[in-house]
Design a protein around this ligand. Structure first.
Ligand code: NZQ
Ligand code: ZN
Length: 388
């Protein structure tokens, strides 16, 4: 097992009606709150009114219209509101995009310059406004991690930021809020969760316990994703997926592993930067292409690990490792297909015209030379081509 430092500071309130605790969660941070949300789902499900009612004693300012793949302009607007009104805490209510935008605002309020400069130059973040989240979509794990990803459509860039101070102080996770997530978005969210798990599992070295923990959460997502897609108000399915997502991307499961750069994420962020593609859809398309490619490129490393994945996660056995590895790829692909996720770039309207540009960019910003199987721009173009 590798050395690690571990401090997940988020206070999780999981389950039905936990929102009633919202006023007391925000109380330590003052009365002026920035309530952030997206394009309207919180209003449709009644959560907007609920939050406003619960915060009747607070001075609530609003930042609405935060888009999927949140854009830098929303961050700028949030910073402006915080400075103008002396806002003391931020309350994102939504999915990963709303929470990520809130994190970037929380940090950029203290940055003397444009927020995009802070993100693109990777300025150290030592201070941020406190954040309390209400999660409405299980996918990214942003409610329980200290990272965020922001897009700049002017430069076709989607870049990450991260700092200990960006960990939410508290997150309310009520699975009933995800009942209204459409099937397609539910599927994309589950693909994202699976991808986070796979990125922590296909690594230079892992521990016995780390493997078992990641495998348990993978099997949970494989079991419950199809249920949630078919039965949107199945509480147990939504709850298992929500908790799996939250512990799936903040090192809880993989402490002690020697991690590498999240390679499939590095490639996907280019697709969503250039084409505003839903993150989980891009990941599902890329994952099986990446698996096929690395199997050919580095069989000595990949075959035994994929064979282990085949046995431990997909329950396959009795074959040679190479056969098992190939079957694991087929199982992974048919899991995503079974959730009705489009499985080619062509289906989502992306052609090969930007492959070279995106590959060079992914290599640079995603640092894919440090992935489990290092990838250069040529490799990345080949993987994109497998997705057509
Ligand atoms: O905007 P509204 O109207 O709220 O609709 C949203 C949005 O259209 C809708 N939605 C959310 N909750 C809903 C709902 N619709 C009905 N009922 C509900 N309860 O879902 C759509 C997508 O929302 P979004 O927040 O964009 O999805 P997700 O949670 O998948 O977040 C994706 C973003 O997070 C980043 C991604 O790159 C992407 O930008 N990531 C963040 C990470 C992190 N902070 O750790 C890690 C991830 O790997 C990822 O990169
Ligand atoms: Zn992701």
């Amino acid at each position: 097992m590798e050395n690690f430092n571990f401090g997940v500071g988020v206070n999780v309130l999981f389950g039905k009606d936990q929102v009633e605790n919202l006023p007391s969660l925000l109380a330590p941070y003052g009365k002026k709150v920035l309530f952030c949300y997206g394009g309207g789902s919180v209003k449709k499900m009644g959560l907007y009114d609920k939050v406003k009612g619960l915060l009747s004693d607070y001075e609530v300012y609003e930042l609405s219209g935060i888009a999927p793949n949140p854009k830098i302009d929303s961050v700028r607007e949030g910073v402006r509101l915080c400075r103008e009104h002396g806002i003391e805490s931020i309350l994102p209510v939504g999915g990963g995009s709303v929470i990520d935008c809130a994190k970037a605002i929380a940090a950029a309020v203290y940055y003397d310059g444009d927020p995009w400069e802070m993100i693109s130059l990777q300025k150290p973040i030592e201070k941020a406004l406190p954040i309390v989240t209400i999660l409405t979509l299980a996918a990214t794990g942003s409610e329980a991690d200290n990272g965020a990803v922001i897009s700049n459509p002017e430069t076709n860039e989607k870049l990450g930021l991260g700092a200990l101070v960006l960990m939410p102080k508290a997150s309310i996770m009520d699975p009933t809020y995800t009942f209204t997530v459409p099937a397609q978005q539910t599927a994309a969210g589950c693909a994202d969760i699976m991808s986070h798990l796979m990125e922590q599992y296909f690594v230079p070295s892992s521990s016995y316990m780390g493997d078992l923990l990641v495998e348990a959460v993978m099997k949970t997502i494989i079991k419950y994703a199809p249920v949630a897609v078919k039965e949107p108000d199945n509480y147990e399915a939504r709850a298992q997926i929500m908790w799996g997502s939250s512990i799936g991307d903040n090192a809880t499961l993989c402490n002690g592993n020697m991690l590498a750069v999240f390679g499939v994420h590095g490639m996907e962020h280019e697709l969503s930067a250039y084409y505003d593609l839903t993150h989980g859809v891009g990941l599902a398309i890329l994952t099986s292409a990446w698996m096929k490619y690395v199997l050919q490129k580095a069989p000595q490393t990949v075959v035994p690990r994929f064979a282990h994945f085949a046995k431990a996660v997909w329950g396959l056995e009795g074959e040679r490792d190479l056969v098992l590895a190939k079957k694991a790829i087929e199982e992974t692909e048919s899991f995503f297909k079974g959730l009705n996720i489009p499985m080619t770039l062509t289906e989502v309207g992306i052609d090969d015209s930007k492959f070279t540009e995106m590959a060079e960019h992914a290599g640079r910003t995603g640092m894919l030379e440090y992935a489990w199987i290092p990838l250069n721009a040529e490799d990345i173009v080949s993987i994109f081509k497998l997705c057509i």
